[in-house]
Design a protein around this ligand. Structure first.
Ligand code: FES
Ligand SMILES: [Fe+2]
Length: 427
């Protein structure tokens, strides 16, 4: 069993990562313990549990949890594991309940986790101290503008230190809502792919792949020509388009912020392309609320994709929140939540949701490309002839500062592995 710090450290070298990081089940077990067992993880959004008794269930790593709002308005993150004989208490993905009742022997828990009642206590619980049998809770929970995070261990890093560098990225999204609040209540897209979880984490900040992995979407004209098989002129157009698109993506920048977090610039809501009655109305409502100058700032290009390491991202273009859940070393579940900007015209929110269906559902034009790439990466990595995966070794552009590089560079991935190693080395 691999558990020594030295064992793990040899897997990460400057500019390269060993294939075991993606393929070794023992490494995966260590990740569940050392990263998902104690890092700050995104759990859910307050809007998913708006009313007292509202809950969602999810997993942090592989540990089942319930995020639930109590009568007093507080949100609790409880381990979804009965204190009697261990059954998962809540099986539904979401719902509302005044008590959480275990299906096995009927123990019931209040929405703050307290054990409320034990039916027929004789023989099992007649004389025990009920207060000691509440649902276990995540030792640390933090919330920033509705985004709820938890740590399953006494994480030495404060929530503030963890999330601090990324507050601006959350603000960037939340400030777009004229009411200053988001709702993640418009359903979800969920799928599982046959690849390691880090492939998706890497992908969200990978601008390098866009003109190639998504050629059929971003090179529209090229794709049109490409459909005419054997058309030599078409092939030239495809090449030119690819070069142009790659060039425009090279304009983008990526950033790192410590703790494995990072983001890429820079997609504006207001690129001049979006002119519709709904968008114009949105712009007006936002300006009424925050003033024309601030509204313009909010709609000005800044952030595109943000990664809050290790398990969530915010995408600014087809706005959504993405949650990445490792299932096994070669199996990952991804959930994409459309975001409604409260206070924005309904037509604009529904337009965003429709766009997301086209780009990021399980049968969409964009996300399927990424899944295919991840699945192929996992397959390719079965090959043992080459042991290392290249993640680049270039320093960020000297004209830029040390935490900013062209978005096609792999600085963000190197930063993720720095954080990964930091967690994995702490026995
Ligand atoms: S296992 Fe839950 S009540 Fe027995
Ligand atoms: Fe992609």
């Amino acid at each position: 069993m691999r558990n020594g710090n030295a064992d793990v450290a040899v897997l990460i070298e400057p500019g390269r990562v060993h294939r075991d990081v993606y393929t070794d089940p023992e490494i995966f077990e260590l990740e569940m313990e050392r990263i998902f067992g104690r890092a700050w993880l995104y759990v859910g959004h307050a809007s998913q549990v708006r009313e007292p008794g509202d809950y969602i269930t999810t997993e942090l790593g592989r540990q089942p949890v319930i995020m639930v709002r109590h009568r007093d308005g507080a949100i609790h993150v409880l381990l979804n594991r009965c204190t009697h004989r261990g059954a998962k208490v809540v099986n539904e993905r979401k719902g509302n309940a005044s008590r959480l009742i275990c299906c096995y022997h009927g123990w019931s828990f209040d929405t703050d986790g307290r054990l409320a009642a034990v039916p027929v206590p004789e023989g099992c619980a007649a004389a025990f101290d009920q207060s000691a049998f509440g649902l276990a809770r995540a030792p640390r929970v933090g919330e920033y503008r509705g985004f709820v995070f938890a740590s399953l261990a006494e994480n030495p890093m404060s929530f503030e230190d963890h999330i601090g560098p990324m507050k601006r990225n959350i603000d960037d999204l939340v400030d777009r809502a004229p009411a200053g609040e988001l709702a993640l209540d418009a359903g979800m897209h969920r799928y599982v792919y046959a690849g390691n979880w880090k492939l998706q984490v890497e992908n969200v900040l990978d601008s390098y792949h866009v003109p190639f992995g998504h050629a059929s979407t971003v090179n529209k004209q090229g794709a049109q020509f490409a459909r005419r098989e054997g058309d030599r002129k078409g092939a030239t157009v495809v090449e030119t388009e690819k070069k142009q698109t790659a060039a425009s993506w090279k304009e983008r920048k990526s950033y790192i912020a410590g703790n494995g977090h990072g983001w890429t610039s820079n997609t504006a809501l207001d690129e001049g392309k979006r002119s519709s009655a709904a968008f114009d109305e949105y712009r007006r409502v936002l300006a009424d609320k925050v003033g024309a100058e601030r509204a313009q700032q909010i709609l000005t290009p800044r952030l595109h994709n943000s990664l809050i390491y290790p398990n969530m991202s915010i995408m600014g273009l087809n706005i959504h929140v993405r949650v990445i859940k490792p299932v096994a070393v070669d199996r990952t579940e991804v959930t994409i939540y459309p975001v409604r900007l409260l206070g924005a015209p309904a037509a604009m929110n529904s337009g965003n949701i429709r766009l997301l269906n086209v780009t990021h559902s399980a049968a969409s034009f964009v996300q399927t490309d990424d899944l295919e790439s991840s699945v192929r990466a996992q397959k390719g990595l079965r090959s043992r002839r080459t042991q290392w995966v290249d993640i680049g070794d270039e320093e960020p552009d000297r004209e830029l500062n040390a935490t900013r590089a062209l978005a096609t560079h792999e600085m963000v991935v190197r930063a993720q592995y720095k954080a990964w190693l930091g967690y994995m080395r702490q026995a």
